[in-house]
Design a protein around this ligand. Structure first.
Ligand SMILES: [Zn+2]
Length: 886
């Protein structure tokens, strides 16, 4: 049986959504009955229900079963909650039969060092173009995964010539659901709140998600910012798969506010300077073709006004630096079955499905029609990358790892995960006048991933000057700037690890590095008579500490550096484990922990110390395994709560108990030694109430370690827990006319004078979208044990605090002087002046306990590895230094 329109293929008679899909598409397309329809498989027509993650998986399995010669399902991992992550490859039977040689062909084309121009030409002539469509990275942006089902159905069932041509010319990769956990959370909550009729009212429970929304994944990450650090399996798995196939076009399909229309490429300013003119022209072409399809159907859209591609950590940015095209598409969200827009019309879920479907097919058509050009551009990009790298003054990057072995290994492994070739020297060498030890990592820029290398490693990537000039002009006119996300993300800065650049390639024996982020550690003098020392100062030692505590070992930590009789000097914070204080199996336990954590452990036969405290000194404290709690739920920022829990649980390997605000206010917290308050998104004082505040203060007095992050530090100041104050903007402005209604005459000579006059008398400092800032560390305090003299912190927003006076506490980390404070990114001149020497991290004792306050979020996006040691010291050092009545 043949059907003649999408409507009959998909819908029962009364289905408004699917009939309009067909009507609006205006395609007289015959559909094969042998392809399982969405309705037959899932029990409802497309757009009539928000499909669960399980239903989406079921449907793709059905398609694969029905079309084994045209569909391949590939699994790239599991979510934190155990849901499968997969994509489908759909093409003609002939292309799918040649999938392996296609992947090989793309690998060849991706590496012009291994492939001649003639071989490339041969590949370009013969291979299908590839397009990768990724749907639903934000779990509450619901229509795009449904459009993925429809796109797959259409490609497999449509029997018209146009679709057959597309399938002959293209390999279509469909990742229908990048964030199954978030969507699962949304769908379950949405149907729980629905009643007899679905509500279109924006104030209805259906349209207002409780904390945390379905946007994020299990650890509450916005995964559309994670394409730099690759911390989440949903993104790192996808990156692995992308590197297998190098799709020429990548589209990330989202939703935005319900009162908008549809957004597609070209993107907004500022452009990342590493995106080429050719790429931007090709993106423009795709936008124009999408517009043709949208015009034919009367769909509204806009381009260029928002959604820039400057920050490379978006899904729609990452593939650009490998030479592909990448774009974001955004549809107005019904955020449920229907939504009444500001102008009174009803936007339906199906409207979103249709538009994302049309945009998907339009883009496949672009890939099909521009096949050769896309290949040629990809080949040229990667050839150019090699040439640029070879000719660069910074051709070779060297990560010696002598300052932080754990961070160096993680950086090298992460680069490999990004598709960068990294080698490790197996002997010492000298290049550009410097000596490097064996084990140093080497990245040669003469490789096709050189633009990815630059994106991730360059200290600065600048926005173009005309864009910056426009932003300064807007500020002068009391308008907000148009910077969409952070302006700095350099991995070596964020990891706070030394990296050198050199223009010549060292001649040294080396081996290729793999993508592991942790190198196994080892123990010297494993049968030591007295015990073991672990030098503090990197995450290898950090992971050793948490693992030792969880294993129930007796661990001591020295507040001061010491020189052991073995000749080595150990920094403050170094760990000491002795046989006398541990069970008999210590040696075996330490060996295992070293292997897993990456720590280098020194066995010692004697305790004798030449300089600094002995092991039995008052300056050597036992570290008890603290019970760590963190605030959870409103009014805290779900992002920061998630990032923080992730860093402690998955990077420190230490469990955290999440406690909702209401319980914090009224429960006995004496079971916990540490409580972390993540950044706030609302009013905690209100949520806590007076008795709740008293409860927390009492807990601190009795020995609790209270750690505030980012905007939670405002709450600590407002409630007299932290003797600092938040600053207003510095201004030379005369007070305005106040509430006087008759005042002296005033001359405003220029429009600028007027703009100056109308400013508020007292205002916050100007908002900063995000820079990396240098902080200077007070290394004499235990909170800074093992920390380098300088750290790099993110600085977002406009919180600037006064330093603590010496009678109240210590300022452990302060911003550097004005001329040095910006490590990377763009910062307004007056903020730069005002930030100088102001606190980043403060410590204030209270009774038997203490407050530790970070003025910014050290766990931001879980990519500021250089801040991790300070947070570890706050948690473990803090609980070791508090004096609770045990
Ligand atoms: Zn989104």
């Amino acid at each position: 049986m043949k059907r003649t329109a999408l409507a009959s293929a998909l819908a029962v008679a009364s289905c408004f959504v699917t009939s309009t899909v067909a009507d609006t598409l205006g395609l007289e397309v015959p559909y094969a009955a042998s392809t399982p329809s969405i309705e037959a498989t899932l029990g409802y027509p497309t757009g009539q229900k928000i499909s669960s993650p399980e239903a989406i998986h079921d449907y793709f399995q059905e398609l694969a079963k029905a079309h084994p010669d045209q569909v391949k399902l590939k699994y790239y991992g599991k979510t934190w909650e155990g849901r499968p992550l997969f994509f489908a490859i759909i093409s003609s039977a002939n292309n799918i039969a040649n999938l392996d040689s296609f992947s090989e062909g793309m690998q060849q084309l991706a590496d012009p060092r291994q492939t001649s121009a003639a071989e490339a030409e041969q590949l370009i002539q013969s291979m299908p173009a590839s397009i990768w469509l990724s749907y639903g990275v934000h779990g509450n942006e619901i229509s795009s995964p449904e459009a993925a089902l429809l796109t797959a159905y259409h490609l497999l069932a449509a029997e018209d010539q146009a679709t057959q041509t597309m399938l002959d010319n293209t390999m279509v990769f469909i990742d229908p659901l990048q964030n199954p956990d978030g969507r699962g959370r949304f769908v379950s909550r949405y149907y729980m709140t629905a009643g007899l009729e679905h509500s279109a009212d924006r104030i209805s429970a259906e349209h207002n998600e409780p904390w945390p929304s379905g946007r994020s994944n299990h650890y509450l990450f916005d995964m559309n910012r994670d394409w730099i650090a690759l911390t989440q399996p949903e993104i790192s798995g996808q990156v692995d798969a992308l590197l297998d196939y190098y799709p020429l076009i990548f589209v990330d399909l989202h939703e935005m506010g319900g009162d908008t229309s549809y957004y597609f490429t070209p993107e907004a300013r500022p452009y990342n300077p590493l995106i080429t003119k050719t790429q931007r022209e090709a993106l423009w072409q795709i936008g124009e073709n999408n517009a043709k399809w949208f015009d034919e159907r009367g769909y509204q859209y806009f381009t260029r006004e928002i959604f820039d591609a400057f920050y490379p950590g978006y899904g729609a940015s990452w593939p650009l630096y490998h030479g592909s095209l990448a774009m974001t598409y955004e549809m107005a969200s019904a955020r449920g079955h229907k939504w009444r827009t500001k102008d009174g019309t009803i936007l339906t879920y199906g409207d979103g499905v249709k538009r994302h479907f049309v945009a998907s097919v339009a883009t496949i058509e672009s890939a099909s029609q521009n096949r050769q050009q896309l290949f040629q551009n990809f080949w040229n990009y990667r050839s150019q990358a090699i040439r640029d790298g070879r000719g660069s003054d910074n051709r070779v990057r060297i990560i010696p790892g002598t300052d932080d072995a754990a961070a160096a290994r993680k950086l090298a492994g992460l680069l490999v995960q990004h598709g960068v070739e990294v080698n490790q020297a197996t002997e010492s060498f000298k290049v550009c006048g410097n000596n490097y030890p064996a084990g140093s990592y080497i990245v040669d820029g003469a490789q096709p991933a050189q633009y990815m290398v630059r994106t991730l490693l360059d200290e600065r990537i600048d926005m173009d000057q005309p864009f910056i000039d426009d932003q300064e002009e807007r500020r002068a006119n009391n308008l907000p700037d148009e910077i969409y996300d952070v302006t700095a993300w350099s991995l070596p800065l964020m990891f706070n690890v030394d990296i050198d650049a050199c223009n010549s390639v060292p001649s040294v024996d080396k081996i290729a590095v793999d993508g592991r982020l942790i190198e196994s550690g080892s123990v010297t003098n494993a049968d030591a008579k007295l015990g073991y020392i672990v030098a503090w100062g990197d995450m290898n030692a950090g992971r050793f500490l948490t693992a030792a505590l969880r294993a129930g070992l007796h661990v001591k930590q020295s507040d001061l550096a010491f020189k052991h009789v073995n000749g080595k000097t150990y920094p403050a914070g170094s760990l000491i484990l002795t046989h006398a204080e541990n069970e008999s199996n210590l040696a075996a336990a330490v060996l295992e922990l070293a292997r897993e954590s990456g720590a280098q452990v020194d066995g010692v036969d004697r305790s004798w110390v030449l300089e600094g405290p002995n092991f039995g000194s008052m300056n050597v404290n036992r570290v008890h395994a603290p019970n760590v709690a963190m605030a959870w739920d409103e009014p805290f920022s779900s992002l920061n709560a998630g990032h923080t829990r992730f860093v402690i649980e998955q990077q420190f390997n230490y469990p955290v108990t999440a406690i909702r605000t209401e319980q914090l206010a009224r429960s006995n917290l004496s079971h916990y030694q540490v409580l972390i308050l993540p950044a706030l998104a609302g009013n905690f004082s209100h949520a806590l109430g007076e008795s709740g505040l008293a409860n927390l203060k009492d807990w601190v007095q009795k020995g609790g370690v209270l750690i505030t992050l980012g905007t939670a530090t405002r709450w600590a100041v407002d409630n007299d827990l932290l003797a600092s104050a938040r600053e207003a903007a510095i201004t030379d402005k005369e007070p305005g006319h106040g509430d006087e209604n008759r005042v002296d005459g005033l001359l405003l000579e220029t429009a600028r004078d007027l703009a100056h006059y109308i400013q508020a008398d007292e205002a916050d400092p100007y908002w900063t979208a995000g820079i990396l800032a240098r902080g200077e560390v007070d290394q004499d305090h235990w909170l800074a044990a093992g920390v380098k003299p300088e750290v790099v912190s993110i600085t977002v927003g406009n919180d600037i605090y006064r330093p603590l006076t010496i009678d109240n506490g210590r300022n452990i980390v302060n911003y550097a002087a004005a001329d040095r404070v910006v490590a990377s990114g763009y910062l307004w001149a007056e903020n730069q002046q005002q930030l100088a020497h102001k606190p980043v991290l403060m410590w204030q004792p209270h009774g038997r306990g203490m407050l530790v306050s970070f003025t910014q979020e050290p766990t931001y996006r879980a990519y500021l590895d250089g801040m991790n040691l300070l947070l570890m010291n706050a948690i473990f050092g803090g609980s070791a230094h508090a004096r609770p009545l045990r």
